[in-house]
Design a protein around this ligand. Structure first.
Ligand code: HEM
Length: 158
């Protein structure tokens, strides 16, 4: 169903520019990967806090509020640097199961990180008991870990 869209992306002048030039692709990849570190770090400090580890002298709501701009802006940079990589190799991505795996996990990760987790943080600590925050923390870690594994497998196996 999306094949015509990916064929269109592959044929763009923008995609040809990235394929034909030497520096733009590695520069974009370095920014993408460095931003992964910032994004995953911002995700993890809150997940660990939900598990009762790490920055336990800060409340969950305060920590969530403090990391929110880092989460948001690093995700924006990931999208902006993901687009040229996706567009210049659009057909490879379209036929890679790992690309679709990654995008699916990003979708669920966003729901957990920007939806469920923020909802938990908006209530008083203890409101959801001891178990639910831990379940959400572990779910978040599992989802974002599978995003990064899926992403690496595109390069290795597609
Ligand atoms: C929705 C936004 C995103 C798009 C469109 C995108 C797209 C891409 C593409 C096309 C690649 C190159 C894959 C290849 O052909 O080897 C890539 C690499 C990668 N991405 Fe993303 N990405 C996005 C978000 C993320 C996020 C949120 C993470 C992790 C938290 C992430 C982690 C990675 C990693 C680890 C690599 C592998 C780099 C390598 O193996 O050299 N990406 N991304």
């Amino acid at each position: 169903m999306l094949q015509p869209f990916f064929e269109w992306m592959q044929g763009l002048r923008f995609s040809a520019f990235f394929l034909e030039s030497v520096w733009p692709t590695p520069i974009v990849q370095v920014i993408h990967l460095s931003t992964v570190a910032l994004f995953i770090g911002s995700v993890l400090v809150v997940d660990l806090r939900l598990l009762g580890r790490g920055l336990i002298d800060q409340s969950i709501s305060e920590l969530t509020r403090k990391v929110q701009p880092f989460l948001l802006w690093s995700f924006v940079v990931l999208v902006l640097t993901g687009i040229p990589q996706m567009s210049s190799t659009a057909l490879k991505q379209y036929y890679s199961p790992f690309f679709w795996w990654k995008m699916g996990m990003v979708f669920f990760g966003l729901i957990v990180t920007f939806g469920v987790r923020r909802y938990i943080a908006s209530k008083e600590e203890g409101y959801f008991g001891l178990v639910w925050p831990k379940v959400i923390g572990l779910t978040s870690i599992a989802l974002w870990t599978s995003v990064t594994i899926g992403a690496r497998l595109i390069g290795l196996l597609s």
